[in-house]
Design a protein around this ligand. Structure first.
Ligand code: SF4
Length: 443
């Protein structure tokens, strides 16, 4: 059987080939590729910039979170940082990070998510989306530890795909993801029991329902999908994954982001009235058995607090202010926003659109502000702006303050391994099944 690692390598090679402009070899572009490194621009909003350790002690996701975000009672909590770090200046923290990183050398790799603040990204050995970072972890078997500057579910995925002796560390345990937390394993298993009871066996050889989970979900839910004939998707391959699922099942239940599920299914021609929403606190998710039997995609009632803030009114305003503006948005945005935009796609799609833009173009982007700022800094010949002028950064990603990174690295220098994210082998094994199916799925 092909291993997950061989599948990852094959997927990376396919991706590199797909990225190459037609008629040119992979890796040689006619434009300087956008590397998405740190720019020096500040990303702080006034509610987040001061005393980040105070919001870590309060229950909730902090400034910028949606009022609908409810933090689970069992979410990991970060203990207090020593005063050496909380009292330090930005310059001291920077110097301590640089010194500790130099001492640790290749033993420790720092991974930084695209949405991470610049003060952290400038120290990262690799910058990418959650799956790219997990792949990067796999590609460094010599590293003893990965300091994952993202959120909890991403560190879990890196732990699943990295070697058993390698430690994955989340510098601040309070860096969760409000979307991933909207689907707990207990809720998903209860949903599954109701669905399989209501839908019963089929006569056409297909499963009544296939579970599909977005990468932005806990390891427990990825493992659930692995155990139950399901699969994982990213925002880049959601359509391919849904096609895979429809070859095997009559319908799909999609966790946890309703918007990615709805936007992908709509692009495949599925009518919205065949996409009921599953509200986990209601019997049958708030639906009738008839609605569930008629469904093609059952959408979990989850969303990203960052991307759901974008609106059609913002797009209309951008078009009024900048006639000819091109509007591109992430598929975690609501369907009406995706329809009103000129294009929608993953972070990689957004990066490539901007890389390919002609000098002088004006582009409005509906995604996280740190990424938009970085894109603008790296293509100063374009006018690039965020659709929402007051958009907050991802407030949980933002919790990786330089003080946490300095504390983590200095702990590693001292021979300690703080905040290790370790997925049990049982959960990791089932998760790998769902990830392998994703990597093997073909358009
Ligand atoms: S941007 Fe949204 S989906 Fe991504 S980590 Fe933040 S809350 Fe989660």
């Amino acid at each position: 059987m092909t291993s997950v690692h061989e599948l990852i390598r094959a997927a990376a090679e396919r991706e590199a080939a797909a990225r190459a402009p037609r008629g040119r070899p992979a890796g040689r572009s006619h434009r300087r590729p956008i590397a998405l490194r740190a720019t020096g621009a500040s990303s702080c909003d006034s509610g987040l910039v001061n005393d980040p350790w105070a919001i870590d002690r309060a229950p909730g996701y902090g400034p910028g979170a949606s009022v609908a975000d409810a933090i689970p009672g069992d979410a990991p909590r970060q203990g207090p940082l020593p005063a050496r770090y909380t009292d330090a200046s930005e310059e001291q923290l920077h110097d301590w990070i640089v010194a500790a990183k130099a001492e640790l050398g290749q033993r420790v790799q720092i991974l930084g998510h695209f949405y991470q603040r610049d003060e952290i990204v400038q120290h990262a050995d690799f910058v990418g989306d959650s799956f790219m970072l997990a792949q990067a972890a796999k590609q460094h078997p010599e590293a003893e530890a990965f300091v994952f500057c993202g959120v909890h579910f991403m560190a879990e995925t890196a732990d699943i795909l990295s070697g058993p002796e390698q430690a994955v560390i989340l510098p601040n345990l309070a860096a969760g993801c409000s979307m991933a937390d909207m689907a707990t394993i207990d809720q998903v298993e209860a949903c599954w029991r109701e669905l399989t009871t209501s839908l019963g066996p089929t006569e056409d050889g297909l499963q009544p329902v296939i579970p599909v989970t977005y990468m932005n979900s806990s390891a427990a839910i990825k493992a659930f999908c692995g155990r139950n004939g399901g699969i994982v998707c990213t925002s880049s391959n959601a359509r391919t994954v849904l096609e895979w699922a429809f070859e095997r099942g009559q319908r799909v239940v999609f966790f946890p982001d309703q918007h990615l599920g709805r936007n992908t299914a709509k692009a495949m021609g599925i009518a919205e009235d065949r996409m009921p929403l599953w509200r986990p606190h209601l019997p049958l998710g708030g639906n009738t058995e008839e609605q569930l039997r008629d469904a093609r995609v059952i959408l979990w009632n989850g969303f990203c607090s960052v991307h759901k803030r974008f609106t059609v009114a913002q797009i209309e305003q951008a078009r009024a202010d900048y006639p000819g503006v091109k509007v591109i948005v992430h598929p975690e945005c609501p369907a009406a926003v995706v329809e009103a935009a000129d294009g929608a796609g993953s972070t990689e799609y957004i990066r490539k659109e901007i890389e390919a833009a002609e000098p002088g173009a004006v582009i409005a982007v509906g995604t996280e502000i740190n990424l938009v700022n970085r894109l603008q800094q790296q293509r100063p010949d374009l006018t690039i702006f965020c659709l929402d002028p007051v958009v907050c950064p991802c407030s949980t990603m933002y919790r990786i303050h330089p003080a946490y990174l300095a504390w983590t690295l200095e702990s590693l220098v001292a021979g300690e391994t703080p905040n290790r994210i370790a997925v049990s082998e049982e959960v990791a094994g089932d998760s790998r099944i769902a990830l392998e199916r994703m990597l093997a799925a073909r358009p």
